[in-house]
Design a protein around this ligand. Structure first.
Ligand code: TMP
Ligand code: MG
Length: 286
């Protein structure tokens, strides 16, 4: 049906179920489809030429806007909390307060740096941010078919918008839920706006945005893309859902985490740096 589902990176617990969902979604037509995607390490690459690629936070952390002293502290936080994020021996309940701690400490440090809004575009331009291969087809195809794309990110909204703007794919069908910076009158970062979105409270974030899902209630079929088990709740606000196909990128700690990814994502892409499979699914559905 979709030859790319035979790619070596593709793992499925139940290929028949995937086929049934795909056929049902295809029958309903592309005007019933909405796409919900995570950003960091889902739309962006995990690694390039053997080197890790930055998350939204890392783009700032590694930039000239941050003092060396602060860089050290942010790196310490990353070294402490990232291993917890991907630790398959701890439950989500156990990780949740620690993730809140990570985000809170990191945002407090960023606010201390008096970051200027007018420098963000340069910082992104000079960064090593990289969207996954095939991103043009992904974004442009959704736009051409007027399929809404929600990017739901625990990263930093201002940074991720700049990444997709500079890549030329911030089209009118794209909506972003994320952590946005709040600047004072002189354009200096003073806080983050609204409720914090971290890796394990996307469900709460979704439920705060019922208006968006209300507008999309004629689109009960969902394609969900994520790289963390926390991303599975991004569609919890969707109204009258009929079908959902979940594609998960398994980038790191593959052996330890594979079973839990297979149990919760319909299609698991193991160490796949491209959007080839999601694009093939989209072409089939549209
Ligand atoms: P996502 O929901 O768009 O994937 O964003 C969350 C990622 O951001 C998650 O993998 C952890 C990462 N992160 C950092 O790299 N540095 C930080 O300081 C924080 C708080 C999160
Ligand atoms: Mg992610």
């Amino acid at each position: 049906m979709i030859p790319e589902l035979n790619n070596p990176s593709v793992c499925m617990r139940d290929p028949q179920r995937v086929q049934d969902i795909l056929m049902s979604m295809q029958k309903s037509g592309s005007n019933t489809l909405q796409v919900i995607s995570d950003f960091d390490m889902t739309l962006t690459r995990f690694a390039y030429e053997g080197k890790r690629c930055p998350t939204c936070h890392n783009i700032l952390d590694n930039s000239k806007l941050i003092s060396n002293d602060c860089k050290e502290k942010l790196k310490e936080l990353l070294n402490t909390y990232y291993p917890i994020e991907i630790d398959s021996s701890r439950s989500i309940e156990e990780k949740l307060p620690l993730m809140v701690e990570w985000w809170t400490k990191a945002h407090d440090l960023l606010v201390e740096q008096r970051i200027r809004k007018d420098l963000l575009a340069t910082v992104v331009r000079e960064s090593e941010a990289r969207l996954r291969e095939g991103f043009q087809l992904f974004f442009n195809h959704l736009h051409e078919h007027s399929i809404p794309l929600l990017i739901f990110s625990a990263g930093i909204g201002d940074i991720l918008e700049e990444v997709i703007r500079q890549a030329g794919v911030f089209h009118s069908n794209v909506k972003v839920f994320s952590n946005y910076m709040d600047f004072d009158e002189s354009g200096v970062l003073k806080a983050f706006k609204g409720e914090l979105i971290h890796i394990y409270n996307k469900r709460e974030g979704a439920l705060l945005n019922t208006g968006h899902f209300q507008e999309l209630r004629t689109r009960p079929n969902v394609l969900l893309l994520g790289d963390s088990l926390g991303d599975l709740t991004m569609a919890d606000g969707v109204q009258d859902m009929e079908n959902i196909l979940k594609i998960g990128f398994l980038n790191d700690k593959v052996e330890e985490r594979k079973q839990s990814y297979l149990d919760s994502y319909d299609i698991v892409l193991v160490k796949d740096e491209t959007l080839e499979v999601p694009n093939a699914v989209l072409l089939y559905l549209t």
